[in-house]
Design a protein around this ligand. Structure first.
Ligand code: G6P
Ligand code: MG
Length: 217
């Protein structure tokens, strides 16, 4: 059937994974513990609220609901201060070439992100109009590895789940795509993302021959 392509945002289209990490690490330091980049892998693709829960587990911190709400706000304020400085230069290498090629081939494209900040980020980097459908943290009730964010995207594009191709930098996102038999493409460390159907270090490694292979599969 007709193919549709679905892109995660953070760590796939833009390099915001580092901003999320910085903001969570600063909170961990405030609370008196370390938070490593390796531990941060578990946070990729995971909702803001769930991320805080995992962070507090790592630091063995007990907190009231009120404290947690305050930390969620301050973490997001710090994160927003980083993204307010973003420009189209922050689009990850090779991404524009892939988007251009798929657009030229008239392949429907959706965004599938857990982030509630997805729309302002896309506007900042000038990619808001590139997607036929934007599904983000404001539209879903179930977080990755639940496939909801991708199934809503595929439905919006009018493609069968098995005809959807998903680009993801997170373990949770790869598992979400695999759960409904979408084609999962890991962007990042192949060892971390070993469950993906295909893996690339970044989009510069993806050539048009590979895209054609996906489109014509
Ligand atoms: C993405 C990121 C996660 C982040 C989540 C929520 O999935 O990979 O690290 O926690 O979005 O983002 P938000 O912008 O709503 O805090
Ligand atoms: Mg991501």
């Amino acid at each position: 059937g007709k193919k549709g392509f679905i892109f995660d945002l953070d760590g796939v289209i833009v390099d915001t994974a580092g901003f999320h990490y910085l903001a969570w690490r600063n909170l961990a330091h405030e609370l008196g513990f370390e938070f490593t980049e390796k531990q941060n892998e578990r946070f990729k693709g995971v909702s803001r609220v769930r991320s805080l829960e995992i962070l507090l587990e790592i630091g063995d911190v007990k907190a009231t609901q009120e404290q947690k709400e305050g930390w969620l706000v301050s973490k997001n304020e710090e994160y927003l201060s980083y993204i307010s400085k973003m420009t189209s230069d922050d689009i990850l290498p090779g991404v524009l070439k892939v988007l251009d090629y798929l657009q030229e081939k008239q392949i429907p494209m959706a965004l599938g992100s857990a982030s509630k900040n997805a729309q302002p980020i896309l506007k900042r980097v000038g990619l808001f109009d590139r997607f036929d459908s934007i599904v983000d943290g404001n539209h879903v009730t179930k977080a990755k590895p639940d496939p909801e964010v991708f199934t809503i995207g595929a439905d919006a594009l009018g493609v069968a789940y098995t005809d959807a191709v998903v680009f993801e930098d997170s373990i949770a996102g790869i598992q979400a795509a695999n759960r409904v038999d979408m084609v999962s493409i890991g962007i990042g460390d192949a060892q971390v993302l070993h469950e993906a159907d295909h893996n690339f270090k970044d989009f510069t490694e993806i050539d048009t021959a590979f895209l054609d292979q996906l489109i014509n599969a």
